[in-house]
Write a protein that binds this ligand. Structure first.
Ligand SMILES: CC(=O)SCCNC(=O)CCNC(=O)[C@H](O)C(C)(C)COP(=O)(O)OP(=O)(O)OC[C@H]1O[C@@H](n2cnc3c(N)ncnc32)[C@H](O)[C@@H]1OP(=O)(O)O
Length: 409
């Protein structure tokens, strides 16, 4: 391969991002969306592949801190903007960029790299495992009823312009970020993402709308949504497209859902990305008419295995020796003794006999507590070498709260 790989120079951003847009289909993004991603690009963490002056490959990384079980925020590279030109595909350019990027992440001392994939088949070979799901639903709000908890009526709802409520929404987001694994703590600038609302992307729906939930004058929740009107011969048949919703207590949460269910002229709430254990599923009268389905979301790669496994806590006590395969980052390969509980953990190299054999990809999947080692063992991807070790480790890695990534990047 004669292609040159190098760090992005700020003046090259247009050519670099233009190549990414082409590889993503060529329609391009709305100007306001492009401008936001340009402002968020970390040039020193972005790689371009160049062939005779033409950009033929892109890969970036954001400096994130990701919430993990136990509530710690762990440094993580948020891998993004990955593309290879159609003229240069399947010659190893992606592989070369992933090699360079993971070496850089290791050099920076970040224990984790994370991403969302346009196609889930791409990143397993580089040691990424799917770690969270996003729940989607289409709720028939004509037939499905909500039962809300006592005190919901005390929540006041106030409609505001989304751009005017950025600070309030961000404060609610920040308060719940460490309560659920998988949520990135947002750096300044990212608060613009949830309220980004390019008219070109609305497909006939209303501009983004925002409702704040208040208790005694204090903001305790918000919902951001579009309303897409539709009419049939029988009457109105509109859809609410829920973009974001956060709430700090069950009453604020229920009040926001009650509001969304009750909007006149609509008969469906379309849920685009919620956690798998989202409580609304326990407020509805008929879950079957909510048409729930799952999609893969965040992929996790342990870059510094020892540091990553020490950074989280474990739901139940664990003491196991893991025999780990990692062909792409061989510094992680070999045996590690993991001991830990709900207070903390230690993960050190060992010569002791192994209890479980697995690859770094399975550890990435299990890391946030949303995918069980037992399920992976059922697929033959984790091997139990000491009886009882699988149940012990699987229970310890689990999380009471399902991990979730609230927004793409
Ligand atoms: C985090 C993000 O940004 S996700 C966005 C990813 N980007 C896209 O999907 C945009 C459209 N696609 C592309 O730009 C390119 O086809 C890429 C980036 C997916 C692949 O780039 P390439 O340079 O062709 O990949 P490369 O030649 O290094 O292939 C490495 C391996 O991945 C495999 N591979 C590449 N693309 C895919 C895919 N879409 N699905 C499954 N396997 C794939 C190759 O077959 C190869 O396998 P091998 O190691 O067994 O031989």
């Amino acid at each position: 391969m004669t292609t040159e790989l190098r760090v992005l120079r700020p003046a090259e951003w247009d050519a670099w991002y233009g190549e990414l847009e082409l590889a993503f289909g060529g329609a391009g993004e709305a100007p306001e969306e492009r401008e936001l991603w340009q402002s968020l690009t970390e040039h020193e963490r972005s790689i371009g592949a160049w062939d005779d002056g033409d950009c033929v490959g892109t890969a970036g990384a954001f400096t994130f801190r990701l919430s993990v079980p136990g509530g710690t925020l762990v440094p993580a590279a948020g891998v993004t903007m990955v593309s290879v030109a159609a003229t240069h595909r399947r010659r190893g350019i992606l592989t070369a960029m992933m090699r360079r990027q993971l070496d850089d992440v290791r050099g920076l001392g970040e224990p984790l790299a994370v991403l969302t994939a346009l196609e889930p088949g791409i990143y397993g070979r580089f040691g990424y495992g799917v770690a969270t799901w996003q729940l989607k639903a289409e709720i028939d709000t004509v037939r499905v009823r909500l039962s809300v908890p006592e005190g919901t009526e005390k929540i006041r709802l106030r409609r505001v312009k989304p751009a005017d409520a950025r600070a309030e929404c961000e404060a609610v987001y920040a308060q719940q970020a460490t309560a659920r694994p998988g949520i990135p703590a947002r750096r300044p600038g990212w608060e613009r993402l949830p309220v980004l609302d390019p008219p070109a992307d609305r497909e006939g729906a209303s501009p983004l709308q925002c409702v704040l939930a208040e208790r005694s004058g204090e903001v305790v929740g918000y919902a951001l949504f579009h309303n897409k009107a539709s009419w049939t011969a029988a009457g109105p048949d509109g859809t609410i497209l829920l973009q974001h919703l956060d709430a700090l207590d069950p009453q604020a949460y229920a009040a926001l859902w009650q509001f969304l269910f009750g909007i006149d002229l609509t008969s469906t709430v379309q849920v685009i990305n919620r956690p798998v254990d989202d409580p609304w599923q326990h407020l509805v009268s008929d879950i079957r008419r909510c048409n729930v389905r799952l999609r893969d979301s965040l992929f996790v790669r342990l870059v510094d295995l020892g540091a990553a496994l020490e950074a989280r806590t474990y739901r139940t006590p664990v003491d196991v020796v893991l025999d780990v395969e990692d062909t792409f980052c061989p510094w992680n390969a070999g045996r590690w003794r993991l001991t830990g509980d709900a207070k903390g953990a230690s993960c050190k190299r060992t010569e002791e006999g192994a209890d479980l054999a697995l690859s770094v990809r399975e550890l990435g999947s299990a890391y946030l507590g949303g995918i069980s080692l037992t399920a992976l063992a059922g697929a033959g991807r984790v091997r139990e070498l000491r009886q009882g070790a699988l149940a012990e480790a699987s229970s310890a890695f689990g999380s009471d709260v399902a991990p979730w990534l609230p927004h793409g990047f």
